[in-house]
Design a protein around this ligand. Structure first.
Ligand code: CTP
Ligand code: CA
Length: 231
């Protein structure tokens, strides 16, 4: 099968894709962030567009050009990402959370630049948990038939293998599909290629061999298209 198969199978469908990594503000010049490049999310947006979908891309701090033909909403923090995704999800046939939202934000932010003290001391940053957007969308189900997709990068640990942890995460999130990257061999952040397993809440598992982010994007839309109810 080619990476460009099934062109048109998302025609007339509204999809939402989130991409990039959120930033949590500390002061006017500093933030807590992560290294998500946004490339997988952008590949998903382009692939959905090629298959006929109306695409909203919620992009957090990416240095990538807005794809032509896609509605792009730029956001910075997890709170802003949540607002933009929830509002677009209300009318969407599918939501794919490819973004890396920061799990925590500083409990308080300073309106003025934090200065260092002469005595060599350093301030502490107290963190609080951010809302879990994927869990919220999957549990609230604004559109009961919408297909909700999450991503997870796992290494496996003493409590379980990559797939054990991923299955548990799929159940905890309540989403329909979870795209799992095994990152135990090194980070995939910023790379142009990807390999993954697409787990379904129905117990299915589709192995996607090493390939481009565009190829993985098309396999994800294959799985989504198969789950969108026919009109
Ligand atoms: N996600 C989200 N909102 C958050 C954190 C994560 O919607 N505040 C989404 C991500 O976009 C991804 C999925 O949830 O699609 C899994 O993210 P991950 O970081 O693996 O899950 P966490 O629940 O944050 O678990 P962990 O402790 O492993 O980071
Ligand atoms: Ca996380």
């Amino acid at each position: 099968r080619s990476g460009e198969s099934d062109l048109g199978d998302l025609s007339g469908r509204r999809v939402v894709v989130s991409a990039g990594g959120t930033r949590e503000r500390l002061d006017p010049v500093r933030f807590l962030g992560n290294r998500s490049s946004g490339r997988q999310g952008y590949a998903l947006a382009r692939a959905a567009l090629a298959r006929g979908a109306e695409v909203t891309l919620v992009a957090a701090n990416v240095s990538l050009a807005d794809p032509a033909g896609v509605k792009v909403v730029h956001v910075e923090s997890t709170a802003e990402l949540r607002d933009a995704v929830l509002s677009a999800a209300a009318t969407a046939d599918a939501v794919v959370m490819a973004a890396a939202p920061a799990d925590f934000r500083p409990e308080s932010t300073s309106d003025t630049k934090i200065k260092k003290a002469d005595d060599g001391s350093a301030p502490s940053i107290t963190l609080q948990q951010n809302p879990d957007i994927l869990k919220e969308i999957a549990h609230d189900r604004a559109r009961p038939d919408a297909v909700i997709v999450g991503f997870a990068a796992e290494t496996g640990d003493a409590t379980g293998s990559v797939l054990d942890l991923a299955r548990a995460k799929l159940a905890r999130k309540g989403c329909d599909l979870l795209v799992v990257n095994d990152v135990s061999g090194g980070a995939v952040f910023g790379s142009t290629d990807n390999e993954a397993v697409i787990l379904g809440a129905d117990g299915s598992a589709v192995d996607v061999p090493h390939g481009t982010k565009s190829a993985l994007a098309h396999r994800i839309w294959d799985a989504v298209a198969a789950r969108i109810p026919q009109r």
